[in-house]
Design a protein around this ligand. Sequence first.
Ligand SMILES: Cc1ncc(COP(=O)(O)O)c(C=O)c1O
Length: 382
Amino acid sequence: MNVSLKSKLPHVGPTIFSVMTQLANEHNAINLSQGFPDFTCPASLIERVNFYMKRGDNQYAPMAGLPILQQQIAAKVDNLYHLTLNAAEEVTITSGATEALFCAIQTVIKLGDEVIVFDPSYSYEPAIILAGGKAVHLPLITPDYHIDWEAVRQSVNSRTRLIIINSPHNPTGAVLTADDLQQLSQIVDKNDLFVLSDEVYEHIIFDQQSHQSVLRYPDLYQRCFVVFSFGKTYHVTGWRVGYCIAPPILTSEFRKVHQFVTFDITTPLQYGLADFMKSDPQHYLNLPRFYQQKRDLFCRLLANSKFTLVPSQGTYFQLLEYSNISEQGDVDYAKTLTVEAGIAAIPISVFAKQPIEKKYLRFCFAKDDTTLTKAAAILTLL
Ligand SMILES: Cc1ncc(COP(=O)(O)O)c(C=O)c1O
C-alpha cells in the first residue's frame, strides 16, 4: 500500500538547533549553539516543585492556569510595568512561550492574512502558515538591527492583520526603544492591527537599559498578546512553562485555542513557580547583572581574537563576525567550526528570508564561566 501525505509545511526540516546540537555531540564540541543554560535553577525552586508533587498535587490544573500563579504574575507586572491586570481574565499559563506564540497566531490569523515579521527572526513562520496566513519579511537595518518604521508603513495593506516584535531580540541582541513602541502604536492604531510581542528575554537586558514592554503602554496593550517564558527567567527551559498576557477579549479567544492544544500545564510546576515568585522576587531583578557579567567575560576574552563584535544589548546571545577568519558562508563555517575547532554556534542566515551579507554566527553565553573561558581560548587561536 502506498501512503502519501501532502506536507502542510513542505519547507520545514529539522531545525538548525537540532542539526548543530547533534553535530556538537558527534564531535564532542562545546555547544554554544542552542539557547539553554548549562547551570542549574535555584535549589529552592526544585524543592518547592518536589513538595507539591509529594503532597499529591498531580492532577489537572485549571485550563487557564492556577489562580495563585496568575496572581503572582499580575503582581509582578504591576510592580515592573505599572499595569493593573485582572489575573483571572488576562493571564494564561502555557507550555512555554512556544505554545503561547502558536496559540496567539492561530487566534488572530485567518486564510490570506498577512503578518509582518522582522528578519533575522525567531521561527514564527510555521505557525503563520498553519493558520493559513502569509509572513511578510522586513529586514532589520544593520549595523544595530533597528526597525525601519517607514518600511512597515509601506508594507501595511488591507490583508495585514498582525505585527510580531521581539525585544530583547534573538538572534541579534538588539532592544526596542520607547520611540520604537510609539511608532508601532501609531501604525497599529491607524490600521486596526494586532501585535504579538515576544518578550521572553525581558530580564536579560544590559547596560542599565530598561525593557520596553508593550505592557508599559496601556493603549497599545489593548491590541497585544504578550508572551513570556519561565524557562528563560529561571533557567528551566526543559520545564516548558510560559504565559501569555492579553486584554480579556483577546484572552478569551486565545483560550479557545489553548484548551485544545494543551488544555493545561503541569500542576506541581505551577505551584512551585508561584511559591518561588513570592518568596524570591529578587531573582529576576538580579538577572541583568548575572548575564551581563557573562556577556562581558565572553567579549573580554575575545578581545584579541580575529572575530569582530559589538556587545549584545540583551538576550544571552552574542553575534561574532568572522570575515577575518573564513570566506565560507555562515552555515558551512558553523559546521567547520564545530568539526575542526570543537565549538558549535548557530549561523544567523537561517533566521532570515533574504540573504544576509555579513558573516555572523550566534553564540550562547548562558554557560558556566569555565565553559566560556575554554571556548574563548579556542576561538582566540583561530
Ligand atoms: C525569541 C524566542 N521566543 C520564544 C522562545 C521559546 O521559549 P520557550 O522555551 O519558553 O518555549 C525562544 C526560545 O529560544 C526564543 O528565543
